[in-house]
Write a protein that binds this ligand. Sequence first.
Ligand code: CMP
Length: 143
Amino acid sequence: MERTYLMVKPDGVQRGLIGDIVARFERKGLQLVGAKLMQVSQEQAKRHYAEHEGKDFYDRLLAFITSGPVFAMVWRGDDAVTAARQLIGKTNGLEAAPGTIRGDYAIHTNFNLIHGSDSRESAEREIGIFFDPSELADYEKAV
Ligand code: CMP
């Protein structure tokens, strides 16, 4: 069973899209095992976006992700990383297909509503940045 780290960014929280976004992953059949509204610290932001350090959009990225609360989540399921990324859509909202989260609601690359891990390894690393193991549930899924 694979896990993925998903995070509704400050723009998604401020636009009142948490419920819509959560519903899409539930509908897909993924299992929610952790969730919280939280303020990302500078230290967490730097660890999370370490691979982008040095890029021209890095400072903007840190400023944005720490600008207001995010809704951090851990989801579990077969191929959870790929399944979630399909629902999220391409990074640039203008290129994301209609029907995906970004395709339906985003027109920017910076303000693109949600982050989703890009691999199983990234997911485990990112979950460790934002969640303590005690915050994650372990329960059977009926279907
Ligand atoms: P995210 O999935 O959170 O991962 C890195 C983020 O960098 C990405 O979503 C975008 O919001 C942001 N970003 C800003 N500019 C770019 C860019 N030129 N290429 C890729 N990502 C970018």
